[in-house]
Ligand binder design. Structure first.
Ligand code: ADP
Length: 327
């Protein structure tokens, strides 16, 4: 009699482990596990080789669970008979064999799952002749794991969620950069450019006299678009660093010293494209055109980067944001 109780307890524990492991291990996503392995999570390292073969693992755990529950029912039947046997068997199996272990494993899948991989391996090899053909058919018909893929919006929400949970080691500024990186490409040049009315430009026919140089220096910009009134367009860029060697007495014209390489983009272009162009062209300032191909403003590398990392204030900036000068 005592021997039978011992067997029933042993079978109940086994049943609990099978159902807990089924829910726990199957709820772990292989891509999540791979990421955890990359950061050295020991539990993930133990679980992944099993979880990787999803259908084989599932078949093993289910075959094990059903087998144990059936043997358990038979043993309980040998202790009592009739309606009592089925009520006792159902109550024991449902509470101790299913509900309690599943709820525990659902909460601590990684920790508990890793503790019992040895048990899973025993049954994996024990049931292999039965489970391998079943899982092979499942792999061929239903297929293996489909890797998780997140849209940009989902990623954004995921990071936001992690941030609001307060458990992540993500710092405020890191969160801001990630968020900026995810949303900046949706923005258009028009939203970040310095509009033409706030741009410091110089006319192409201006001579670089002392007062002109002082004026330009006062503006404090590294690059100044050179506007040609006749052509009604920007024909070059005057670089502040090129003015250092200028002799004011020579009255050199802006046209002579400006650099002719001007790159135009449209005000409706998206910022990820513009950032790529900045990298490709190795320039820091683009001239923005509107839908009529007219000069609409300028956009610099800093304007785009600020959308990712937040406001950058130059050490020599008089105005914090040129774009909002008259706002
Ligand atoms: P700078 O080196 O002249 O400060 P940045 O590329 O660092 O230029 O840009 C800083 C801010 O100044 C940006 O918002 C940019 O649009 C604006 N900016 C740059 N050049 C000019 C200019 N010539 N006229 C008006 N605003 C400018």
């Amino acid at each position: 009699m005592q021997y039978s109780y011992f067997i029933i307890i042993f079978l109940l524990v086994l049943s609990a482990l099978f159902s807990g492991l089924t829910l726990g291990l199957m709820s772990l996503n292989p891509s999540d596990l791979r990421r955890k392995i990359k950061i050295g999570n020991k539990n993930a390292i133990k679980i992944y080789p099993l979880r990787r073969r999803g259908n084989l693992l599932l078949t093993t755990l289910l075959v094990g669970n059903v087998a144990v529950n059936s043997i358990l029912a038979v043993h309980l039947g040998s202790l009592t008979t009739g309606i009592y046997a089925s009520i006792i068997a159902t109550t024991l199996i449902v509470f101790f064999g299913e509900i309690i272990p599943q709820s525990l494993f659902a909460k601590h899948a990684l920790k508990f799952g890793a503790k019992f991989t040895w048990l899973v391996y025993i049954f994996l090899y024990l049931f292999y002749p039965i489970t391998k053909p079943i899982s092979y058919v499942l792999d061929k018909t239903i297929g293996g794991e489909i890797p998780n893929s997140y849209s940009k919006k989902e990623l954004h929400l995921l990071v936001e969620e992690q941030k609001s949970l307060g458990k992540s080691d993500l710092k405020d500024h890191e969160y801001a950069i990630i968020r900026g990186g995810l949303v900046f490409s949706e923005k258009r040049v028009k939203q970040v450019m310095t509009p033409a009315r706030n741009c410091c430009v110089v006319n192409s026919n201006v001579s670089l006299t002392r007062s002109a140089l002082v004026n330009l220096q006062k503006k404090g910009h590294s690059r100044i678009p050179v506007y040609d009134k006749k052509a009604k367009r920007v024909i070059g860029i005057l670089y502040a660093k090129d003015l250092i060697s200028i002799d004011p007495a020579e009255n050199i014209s802006v046209k002579k010293i400006m650099r002719k390489e001007v790159f135009h983009i449209h005000d409706h272009d998206k910022l990820d494209r513009v950032l790529n162009m900045f990298k490709k062209k190795r320039l820091h300032l683009f001239i923005v055109l509107n839908h009529k191909n007219k000069f609409a403003g300028i956009v610099t590398l800093e304007d785009v980067l600020e959308e990712i990392v937040g406001e950058i204030v130059d050490e020599h900036d008089h105005v914090v944001d040129m774009r909002l000068l008259d706002a």
